[in-house]
Design a protein around this ligand. Sequence first.
Ligand SMILES: *[C@@H]1O[C@H](CO)[C@@H](O)[C@H](O)[C@H]1NC(C)=O
Ligand SMILES: *[C@@H]1O[C@H](CO)[C@@H](O)[C@H](O)[C@H]1NC(C)=O
Ligand SMILES: *[C@@H]1O[C@H](CO)[C@@H](O)[C@H](O)[C@H]1NC(C)=O
Ligand SMILES: *[C@@H]1O[C@H](CO)[C@@H](O)[C@H](O)[C@H]1NC(C)=O
Ligand SMILES: *[C@@H]1O[C@H](CO)[C@@H](O)[C@H](O)[C@H]1NC(C)=O
Ligand SMILES: *[C@@H]1O[C@H](CO)[C@@H](O)[C@H](O)[C@H]1NC(C)=O
Length: 466
Amino acid sequence: MFLSVTAVLMLFSCAHGENPAIQVILTNKGLQYGKHAGTDWIQKMLEHVTLPDISGKVNVGFWCSIHYTLTNTSIEKCDLPEPSADFYPDATGLKTSMSGLSVALSGQWMTHFGIIHDKGSFDMAILGVDVTSVVELGKDADGHLSVSSANCVAQVGDVDVRFHGGASWIFKRFVKHFKKRISKEIENRICPNVEELIASVEYHLQAMNVSFEVDPAMAMNLSLSTSPTIDVSSLNLGLKGEFFSEKTRADPPFEAQPFTMPEQQAFMLSVGLSEFTLNSASYVYYSYGVFQRFIDDSMIPPGFPLHLNTSLMGPYVPQLPKMFPGLLMDLHVYARDTPMFSFQPGAVKLGIQGAVKAFAIQPNGTQTPLFQLNIDLTLSSKVWIADGKVKGSVSTDNFTLTLAGSEVGSFGTDALENIARKVVEMGLEILNKRLGRGLVLPRLKRAQLVNSVLKVQEVSIGYYKK
Ligand SMILES: *[C@@H]1O[C@H](CO)[C@@H](O)[C@H](O)[C@H]1NC(C)=O
Ligand SMILES: *[C@@H]1O[C@H](CO)[C@@H](O)[C@H](O)[C@H]1NC(C)=O
Ligand SMILES: *[C@@H]1O[C@H](CO)[C@@H](O)[C@H](O)[C@H]1NC(C)=O
Ligand SMILES: *[C@@H]1O[C@H](CO)[C@@H](O)[C@H](O)[C@H]1NC(C)=O
Ligand SMILES: *[C@@H]1O[C@H](CO)[C@@H](O)[C@H](O)[C@H]1NC(C)=O
Ligand SMILES: *[C@@H]1O[C@H](CO)[C@@H](O)[C@H](O)[C@H]1NC(C)=O
C-alpha cells in the first residue's frame, strides 16, 4: 500500500478557543485510493460469505400457497464494478454508489405444499444491482470520529433462478412469482446490511483510543477538536494534538493557535502540525524537570580550557581564586522556562531561556552559591525528508550570556560567554551528526509513505480570516 503524504508545519498568531494543533486533510486522490483498496477488500470478503436463508410463500390460487426456503446459499461469482466515491458536503460525509453489480449464487431449495415436500438445488443470477449509500461523519462527545448511515437506496435489476432436482418441473410455472419475491427480498436486505457494516465501523471507531502513551511519562491526545469539515474536494480533521503528562493531566499555560492548511490535491494525505504540539511536549518535559543537569569537574574532558576548581577560575572570575581557594565547583544548568518552538518560513526556531548556577563545594560538603548566569539561546533548524527519513540541521541564531546574580561581586562575562558558546557549538555538532543520519518516519501498519514532503510555512493572519 502506498500513500503520498505531505506534512506541513505551521505557525499562526491569533488566539481562539480550542484550536486543533494537528490537521489532517484527505484529498480526493486519497479518497479514490482508499475506495480502490476497499473494493478489493470487499471482493475478497464476498468469496467467503454465506448468505442467510430466504423463505416465504407464493400463492398459487384457491387459498393455497407453496412455502419455500432457499438455504446454504453461497456466492459463486461476483463482479464488483468499481464504485464511485465522492465527498458529499450536503451530509458532511461521503457518498458511494455502485451500479451494475451482478452476483451468481447457488444453494439448496426446499418447498412444501400441504403435505408434499420437495427439495433440490438452485442457481441464481442477480443482475444490475444498484446501491447508493451516504455516510455522515461527525464527532462524538469524547472526540472520536463517528460515522452513521444518512441514506441508503438499493435496487435489484433482475433475478434469474434455475431450480434443479426434485420435482422441480412442477414449480417451473411459479418461477416468475419466486423471481419477484426473491428480487424484493434481496433488495430489502441490501440496505440493512450496508447499515450494519457502517454500524460496525462506528463500533470500532468508538472503541479506538483517542489518546495513546508515548513514553511512561507522556501521552498524546489525538481527540477531534472540531467536527470534520468536508467540501467537494477534501475532508479535514482537526485533532487536539497535545502531549500531556499522564500524572498531572494539566494543560500547558499556552494555547494552540488557529492555522489554515493549503489544500494539496497532488497528495493523498496532508498532515499539518502546529508548534503547539511540539511545545506541549516541551512543557511536559519542563514540568518533569527534564531540562536540567548537575555538572561536576569529573564530567569535564581533561583538555578543556575550563575546570571546575576555584583556583583555576582566575581567567573567568578573577576574584574567585582569592575568595575561595582550592575548592571544587558544581554547576546546576537548567531551563528557566519551557523551551518554545516557533515555525517560521523554511525554519523551525527553538528559544531556550537557560541558567547556570555555580557553587563552590566546601570541605564539609556544603555548597556555597557563587554566581548565576542567564543564557538565552535561539536555535534555528531546517527540517526535510530524504530517503524516507526526517533529517535536519541546527545552528545558533542568537546567543546571549548575562550575569544574573553574584555572591562574589561583579565580573566581566566575555570570557565565560566564549566558553559557553564553544560548549553549545560542540553540542550542536554532535546533534547535527545524528540529524544528518536521519530519524525514521513512523510507519503505518500496512502503509508505506512515499513521496513525503515536509514544509515549514508561516501563514499570515489575513490569509486565515480570508
Ligand atoms: C452446502 O453447499 C455446499 C456446496 O455448495 C455442499 O458441499 C454442502 O453439502 C451443502 N450443505 C448442506 C447442509 O446442504
Ligand atoms: C486503550 O487505552 C487503554 C487504557 O489506557 C489500554 O489499556 C488499551 O490497551 C488501549 N487500547 C488500544 C487498542 O491501544
Ligand atoms: C483530550 O482532549 C479532550 C478535549 O480537550 C478532553 O475532553 C479529553 O479529556 C482529553 N483526553 C485525555 C485522555 O486527556
Ligand atoms: C584545584 O586546583 C589547584 C591548582 O591547580 C590544585 O592545587 C588543587 O589540588 C585543585 N583542587 C582539587 C580539589 O582538585
Ligand atoms: C561548612 O563549612 C563552611 C565554610 O567553612 C561553613 O560556613 C558552614 O557553616 C559549614 N557547614 C556545616 C554544616 O558544618
Ligand atoms: C538576540 O537576543 C538579544 C537579547 O535577547 C536581542 O536584543 C537581539 O535583538 C537578538 N538578536 C537577534 C538577531 O535576534
